[in-house]
Design a protein around this ligand. Sequence first.
Ligand SMILES: Nc1ncnc2c1ncn2[C@@H]1O[C@H](COP(=O)(O)OP(=O)(O)O)[C@@H](O)[C@H]1O
Ligand SMILES: [Mg+2]
Ligand SMILES: [Zn+2]
Length: 518
Amino acid sequence: MLARTHSAVLHGIEARVLDVEVDVGGGLPTFTIVGLPDASIREARERVRGALKNGGFPLPAGAVTVNLAPAEWRKAGATVDLAVAAALCEIAGVAPREARRRVFLGELGLSGQVRPIRGALALALAAKEAGFEQVFLPEQNLAEAACVDGLDLVAVASLGEAIAHLTGQPIARRCAPIVADGETPAALEDFADVRGQAVARRALEIAAAGGHHALLVGPPGAGKTMLARRLPTILPPLSRAEAIEITKIHSAAGRLPAGSGLVRARPFRAPHHGISAAGLVGGGPHPAPGEISLAHRGVLFLDELPEFRRDVLEAIRQPLEERRIALVRVGGASVFPCDFLLVAAMNPCPCGRAGSAGGLCACGDANRRRYTGKISGPLLDRIDLCISVPAVTWNDLARGAPGESSAAIRARVELARQRAAAHAPAGGTAAGNARLTAAELEAAAPLDGAGRRLAETAVSRLGLSVRGLHRALRVARTIADLEECDRVAAGHLSEAISYRLRTVPDHKGRIDTPASGP
Ligand SMILES: Nc1ncnc2c1ncn2[C@@H]1O[C@H](COP(=O)(O)OP(=O)(O)O)[C@@H](O)[C@H]1O
Ligand SMILES: [Mg+2]
Ligand SMILES: [Zn+2]
């Protein structure tokens, strides 16, 4: 007796639909699964047996063979359990023969309950793209899969419910409609909470408008973490396509809370400095997305930057440039997107007091240098904005006037991004000015006379490298966009250069201006 159902398995953050063929032949009661299953799929036989028995369904007598096709690719995860059980129920005659194109997704527990799965959104999308109309899935994953239009979703809590639905007692769980495009979710944090810190606020607005990576340098308690946490609240709202992309990543990583639908807020990830390279960029035998991919389309915050291991920081250099990471394994490569805004924070020296008013630092030159020298030079090279965050003054704290709200800042950021899109080539919209190539920059950021003279001085007298000048020009372009200017003026460039004055030495131990550094 042969029955055929369908399921799907996750591969990285994408999914593929499978044929699940189940044959029950004569002979000893065995249970074999073929078609390159990994251990988690092979164990389906125990789960399916238990679920059938405890759910009150007969296991057909004889030798059971399950074939997962196509055979050539490796399959992992427990999403096929429900499809195997459904096929056995067809063979046993307790469920009707498959009449329509449907996909079964779900892990079974021994008592017959259907457990939530990872990657439900990607799995449902794969079913839709393969032309299926109906998807059975765990009830906890309904909200997530409901992001896919035009599928008939049957959300079940148990094998019993799935069979009941197949035999004409419909299960009708529905979820609330998903949020419309371009909406910004209410955030707990807001820039209105930040008193004073005019320079840092301004610099983060520029970071958001142009997609510029930033480093916050200041003593403990200055508000670096507070400022960084609020950066996602001034980025433009997510498009639906971006929200789907983020949800797929977080779902595949098992990071979506049960019952949640589309991710609406830009991610903010703040991994601890003890994290491994695999934790940061992704890894494992069936590669799981790392923090850089969980931060996709949002902010990656590296607090206490000098405390991160050097090899760990080196590991993000390439993905930072390519905005995707390929993790190669025996089963093939998984590619995860990782387009994030990097914000790092650090103290100016081990004691944290260097450069502050009063100058109470007693670390000594050598210690200060060793501390800041721990940061990878090539990483610093990719940071356009170096922001000094002094301790907040009592006056600012006590005056009590709330700062400008995130919504007001975000409105300017969105306008600046629209302007940037107009002078950037295709793809420039989402990317921001930070990604302009040297040639694009030349066309997009023409300098006026005074600007040209300033650029010349910066190169010849301040020793700014040509690369450094290009970085400053990208920032200047963003500042001009924020101020609704077509041309880049000397004022824009000088502000941009001020964010380059290193408060820490570069990888060669150079400090641009001794006065501003430790
Ligand atoms: N500018 C500020 N406005 C209001 N509160 C602030 C400000 N700066 C710091 N604080 C308060 O101090 C706390 C510590 O700031 P935090 O961001 O953790 O500092 P850092 O990360 O620089 O060590 C914050 O949670 C906040 O309550
Ligand atoms: Mg902090
Ligand atoms: Zn010190």
